[in-house]
Design a protein around this ligand. Structure first.
Ligand SMILES: [Cu+2]
Length: 463
């Protein structure tokens, strides 16, 4: 493991120091003040930016009332810096500081968040941008947008949401917040539905949705000029919500998913499961318009206003209605750019992951088991590994693998390189990767409530 880290380093490697503090406190989401947990005094936390090959040195001070950790989502890093307590490190105790230090090998759009309990569904997250030293840079400016569903500090917190889901057994209305008075306890309420998600759109109803930590009523403004080309780096850090993103009347040229390049494709909207990222280039229109993230199937949205001067007569509501009626592109259907296509190889090992639930007081399982780190999926260094995600349920599951970027299998064309793949109900998705990063690597559903309810296992290097 350390040999591998040394091999990633270079003599003139740049060290990028970052100081983070996880702490409780009030955050203003734009007229809505919540008591939550965040990195520093803002949500999202500080944006970390470095170049591929640099060394990130992040000191995390834990000022929370419980242990925490940071997972560097999507990065092929040394295993002992992956931030999974009990599996890759000891939990970081309250009042202590832990130093994360690792080389970031691959350029792309990433995110960091805790890997303890439901902490992810509070305000503990930040964008991690790894720049490409060879970036062609065919754009004028960049906009990073993190979409999130928000419940913490609105009269309930994510631990209570999970407890309610378990108490109610099957999910559905279990996560209804205090803002939904009169609806709680109603019989026969439908789960939110989405055609694009192939069924249930989620287990939790959130009172708010935010883009870069702002509700729509107080949306962030991005200033630009008509005709400028803007690279959007869009991230879904939601706990239980897929976001459909787009700008009405402005096609997006999708260029990357989960950090890795794809054959560019034009799309009116793109669907992002939790943990997924998409980069796209847009040409700014001659009127100000919102870049919208619709909480797919849930009847809410968040946005960033693209301000180019002249006002548009398009309201946010009209933009949401327009985008909801457009086709949407799922990242799983994209085609890998030639330079990141894995070499053709027959897998040395194939592991099925049969996803089932919810059963028995909101239990979600992989191969009939809830999370047990000692019963993982064995692989050996040097193998080509195939994972088959078999979704037997009526809900989508964004399945994430730590420490690797797999390639989605697609019969006709090389599928995209990704670390999080949205597996729709009653479908199977196969992914391949080279086992070139030894360690114990979690693979799990990025629905935080599914993960915490058991839907996690370990890709375990042995021998
Ligand atoms: Cu799931």
């Amino acid at each position: 493991m350390l040999d591998l880290e040394r091999a990633r380093q270079s003599a003139d490697q740049k060290i990028v120091p970052v100081a983070l503090e996880a702490r409780p406190g009030p955050i203003d989401l734009g007229g809505v003040t919540v008591n939550t947990w965040s990195y520093g005094d803002a949500v999202p936390g500080p944006q970390i930016r470095l170049r591929a090959g640099d060394l990130l040195r992040a000191d995390l001070r834990n000022s929370l009332p419980q242990p925490t950790s940071i997972h560097w989502h999507g990065i092929a890093l040394r295993n002992d810096m992956d931030g999974v307590p009990a599996l890759t490190q000891d939990p970081i105790a309250p009042g202590t500081t832990f130093r994360y230090e690792f080389t970031t090998p691959d350029p792309g759009t990433y995110i960091f968040h805790p890997h303890v309990g439901t902490q992810l569904d509070r305000g503990l997250y930040g964008a991690l941008i790894v720049e490409d030293p060879a970036e062609p840079g065919d754009y004028d400016d960049e906009l990073v947008v993190v979409f999130d569903d928000w419940v913490d500090g609105t009269g309930r917190d994510p631990d209570q949401v999970l407890a309610d889901l378990k108490a109610n057994g099957m999910g559905g209305m279990g996560g209804m917040g205090g803002d939904m008075q009169g609806m709680e306890g109603m019989e026969g309420m439908q789960m939110p539905q989405s055609e694009a998600l192939g069924g249930d759109a989620g287990d939790v109803s959130y009172p708010y949705y935010v883009a870069n930590g702002r509700v729509s009523a107080a949306a962030q403004t991005f200033a630009g000029k008509p005709g400028q080309r803007i690279r959007l780096r869009m991230i879904n850090i939601g706990g239980d919500t897929a976001f459909r993103v787009g700008v009405p009347g402005v096609p997006m040229t999708v260029t990357h998913t989960d950090g890795f390049p794809v054959r560019p494709v034009s799309a009116p909207t793109v669907l992002l499961g939790m943990g997924e990222r998409v980069d796209a280039v847009i040409t700014l229109p001659d009127q100000s318009l919102p870049l919208v993230g619709i909480a797919e199937g849930k009847g809410g949205a968040a946005h960033v206003t693209l301000n180019v001067g002249p006002r548009s007569s398009t309201t946010v509501d009209a933009a949401v209605a327009d985008l909801a009626s457009r086709p949407t592109v799922a990242a799983v259907g994209l085609v890998a750019a030639e330079q990141v296509v894995l070499a053709d190889k027959t897998p040395d090992v194939v592991h099925d992951l049969e996803i089932a639930g919810p059963a028995n007081r909101y239990t979600w399982t992989i191969n009939g088991q809830t999370y047990d780190a000692s019963r993982g999926l064995p692989v050996s260094e040097g193998q080509r590994v195939r994972l088959r995600f078999v979704n037997t349920t009526s809900m989508f599951h964004p399945m994430h693998l730590h420490g690797h970027t797999f390639q989605v299998r697609n019969a006709a064309v090389p599928g995209p390189r990704k670390d999080t793949v949205n597996v729709l109900p009653k479908t199977t998705i196969e992914v391949d990767f080279d086992a070139d990063n030894p360690g114990q690597w979690l693979t799990h559903c990025h629905n935080i409530y599914h993960g915490e309810a058991g839907m996690m296992t370990v890709v375990s290097y042995v021998g």
